[in-house]
Structures are given as C-alpha cells and as structure tokens.
Write a protein that binds this ligand. Structure first.
Ligand code: SF4
Length: 476
C-alpha cells in the first residue's frame, strides 16, 4: 500500500502506529500519564463532580479523560453533552464542568435549569470568553437583517444551529419563531417542520456550508424513489422534498474556521491517494469535501453527518469485519476536527479487545496540510497541531483543529476541580456560563434564548415540534 502524504494513525488491538508528525503528536497523548488520570478521578469522586467534554477537545485532555474510570465523565457531541449533564445531576453530581466553547456550557446550564437542577453548579475552565467563529457570524448585523426579512415572511421558521450564544437565540426568537438544531438532528427537524406546517419557509443559519450541504442533500433526495424517501421521513416523497427545496433559505455569510480549512487541494489529494478509503465528512464541511463523502455514502463507502454519526459509521464497519480470517486494514479519511480521534481509538480498541481480534486494523487519515503544524519545543513534543501564529488553522488548507476548543487546558481543568468545594470556590464566579440578564421583548435573554433549545428537546423526545411553536409560526 503506498504511503499517504497525509498523517495517519493505525489502530490495532493493543497498539497505535502514527505516521507523520501530526499523528505522532496525537498518538503520544493517547497514552496518558497514569498519575494524572488517577488524580483526576479522585478529585471528581471526592467532590461529586461530573465532566462533559466535546469531541473536539485536544488529544492531551481527551487522552486523560478517556483513561479515567470515573463514570461521570462523558465526551460527546453538543446535543449529548447536555443530556449527559442531566443524567449526572440525577446521579447526585453537585457540579458539572463543561469542556467546550461557551454556547455549549450555556446549553448545559439551560437544559439543567429546565430539568429542575438549578442548584447544580456549572463551570467552564476559562475566565476568558471561549468564542466560536460561527457563533460570532450570527452576532453580526447581516444576520439580524436576514432574520428581519424572515420575520416579514409568512409562515417563517428559523432553524438555528446550536453553535450560537443564548443571546443570539433570544434575539432571533424575538424576531421569528426559532428552534435549535444540531448536526445530528437538523435533517429530521426540517423535514418534520415541513410535515407539520403546511408551506413553512425554513430559514437556516448561521452555518453557510451546512446550509448548502443540506440543499445538496435534499436535491439528492429528489432523485430517490418515494419509498426510499419515506424511509428517511414517512411524511415525505419526491414532490414534497422538491417543494421544500423552494422554501429553504440558508444564511449566506456564516462559516466555521475549522471546516473552512478542508480546501480544494486537500480534497484533490484525498481523491488521488485515498480513493478506496471510507470517506467521512461533518455536515459543516465545504462543498467539495462534502460531495466526496456524499458520493461515498451513496456507494456504502462513507458517511456525512454529526461527529456521533461518523463514530457510529466507523464502529459499524469494524464490527462487520471482526472474525474474518485474513488481515484487513480499514482506512477512513477523517473529514472533521482531529480531536475526534481519541473517541475513535477508544471505540475501535474496545471492539477489537472484546472480540479478541488481531486481524483487523483501522487507519485514520488526517487530511491536514503540513503548513498547519507548528514547532513547539517547550511542549516536550517536536511539533503540535496548529500553525505557529496560534490561530490553529492554516489558509494552506486543512489543519482541522479548532483554536477555540483548544482554549480548554488540562491544567485549567485541574485548577477548577481543586477549587470546587473549598473556600476559594467563590473565586470561580467568572467561570460560570454567562447569565444574560438583559431583557429582550420583556424577557431575560437567558429565558427567551432557552426556548428554542427546549423546542429542540421536545422534538427529540416526542418526534414532533411542540404545538406552541407551530402556532407561533402560523400566527405571528
Ligand atoms: S469547530 Fe470551533 S469554530 Fe468551528 S463551529 Fe466548532 S467551536 Fe466554532
């Protein structure tokens, strides 16, 4: 098999074989220091602390969290993070520490409050704001103008990606009825809205790549048979999807800096060097990378969707190969943030160990430009992912690590854990998610901004949009 010009990580039952400096750095953190892991577990256990972290945390942090045997640690996508926090609160955790960007901790806070766990503390691990380029694009005047236009459109529903602040959600909801979505549920949310609200005009934002990818996906649905479409959503067929496409309006000026980096050159090399691999892509990635994965998906060689969908796809392919007598290498191009690799390693090795399988090995290909790697002698590693400017991304194409997520540091996590339950805990007030006490349309931004999240949770639980939201769309 020819060597990849991209970094790769081969995962076997008991070993990790990195190729390329980026992968070497990732792999080193996947074997964390045992004492650090034990200290973390003890602090959490002694102080009844749960930890929820996004899949995009850096490899060092995820390596330690994954090796920790405390059951109230969960690494997940943004939707499952809040669910996990509620379960931890129900199990008696008094504090939840959130490792992610600020909209994630705000989401966890809102969902805990709605579930009656107002007394459970929520902390981030930085006093500074942990922003997100995508969330910021929804705070610009262009987004407000677009929403005002939506507000003037009869039967408008704003489907807002969860990667936005509570303030944005509140302001949006005051202008046009709004429901939150994640990459795991966006397709079903839109299809269900169309099924429940005749002639609904769907305004989707702020992620432009995801908006265009959804358009591409719906257009592809119109090429399927009615039966195949009904398997995706029972209320739909070719005609209804075609009609929905005319009423689907993505916002045109919002992008995540990470997914923007899967540029044309990276895609060309993926096609040349890894045509036979499985291709995965997050719904947020730009067109070319997305189209590659969509094509692969239609041939059973790929998946597009959320981080959880990507992890599930890899696990399914591994499960299908277990027990084969001959050696087999399953190769996956990882079209999302590189932080996912920790969860992938854990999942794959758990599967191989449970099956006592030594014949299957998994290769993860990071479509990363070499310019996206910085020298960092003080770190003890020869290089770290991310360019030297500190931005963590390279215009050369494809660093695939989020500079905002990397504001969560292992040291800072320990500082917070060691402070919880001591007299110094008062000093953590700046680590709480923002309160948003200013009022919008007579309600606090926290209260109004939580409503689109609760609408999403209603849909998750009952499979239908809440009546109050449907009435709002029909009558506003
Ligand atoms: S990867 Fe980073 S910049 Fe992109 S949407 Fe997520 S948090 Fe925001």
């Amino acid at each position: 098999m020819p060597e990849s010009s991209f970094p790769t990580l081969r995962i076997t039952r008991e070993d990790l074989v990195p190729q390329g400096a980026f992968a070497v750095a990732q792999a080193q953190y996947l074997r964390p220091d045992r004492r650090t892991v034990d200290d973390l577990a003890k602090l959490c256990r002694d102080r009844s602390i749960g930890v929820v972290a996004h899949f995009y945390m850096d490899a060092e942090l995820q390596g330690v969290l994954t090796a920790c045997d405390w059951p109230h640690i969960q690494i997940a996508d943004s939707l499952k993070m809040a669910d996990a926090a509620v379960k931890m609160a129900e199990a008696g955790m008094k504090t939840i520490v959130v490792l992610g960007v600020d909209f994630m901790s705000e989401n966890v806070r809102a969902v805990l409050d709605a579930a009656g766990h107002e007394a459970v503390e929520v902390y981030r691990v930085a006093e500074a704001e942990i922003g997100c380029s995508l969330a910021e694009s929804a705070e610009k005047p262009a987004y407000t103008q677009w929403l005002e236009e939506a507000g003037r459109t009869p039967r408008a529903l704003h489907v807002v990606y969860i990667n936005t602040s509570l303030q944005t959600k509140a302001k949006a909801h005051s202008l046009v009825p709004t429901i939150t979505c994640t990459s795991s549920n966006v397709v079903q949310t839109i299809l269900q809205a169309d099924a429940q609200i005749d002639g609904v005009e769907v305004f989707y934002g702020p992620d432009t790549y995801m908006g265009h990818n959804l358009q591409t996906m719906f257009a592809q649905f119109t090429q399927l048979s009615d039966d195949a479409i009904r398997a995706i959503h029972p209320a739909h067929d070719r005609a209804s999807i075609a009609a929905l496409l005319d009423r689907f309006h993505p916002f045109e000026h919002g992008a995540c800096v990470v997914h923007h980096m899967f540029g044309g050159d990276v895609v060309r090399r993926v096609k040349e060097e890894h045509a036979g691999a499985f291709h995965t892509a997050h719904l947020e990635v730009p067109g070319e990378m997305f189209e590659l994965a969509v094509k692969a998906q239609s041939e059973g060689r790929g998946v597009v969707g959320s981080t959880s969908n990507i992890l599930g796809f890899i696990a399914d392919k591994v499960a299908a190969s277990l027990g084969t007598p001959e050696r087999e290498r399953l190769s996956f191009v990882l079209g999302t943030e590189a932080g996912m690799v920790t969860a992938i390693v854990k999942k794959v090795q758990d599967q191989l160990r449970a099956a006592h399988d030594d014949t299957v090995e998994v290769e993860i290909v990071f479509p990363v430009a070499s310019e996206a790697i910085a020298q960092a002698p003080e770190s003890g590693l020869e290089i770290i992912p991310g360019v030297a400017s500190g931005e963590g991304c390279s215009v050369a194409g494809g660093c695939a690590t989020c500079p905002y997520m990397k504001m969560n540091h292992l040291d800072a996590l320990f500082d917070v854990l060691e402070t919880v339950g001591t007299d110094a805990e008062r000093g953590l007030s700046g680590f709480r998610p923002k309160k948003y006490t200013a009022t919008i349309a007579g309600r606090t931004a926290a209260d109004l901004g939580s409503e689109p999240i609760l609408h999403m949770r209603h849909f998750q639980k009952h499979g239908v949009l809440p009546d109050a939201l449907v009435q709002d769309v029909l009558t506003r």
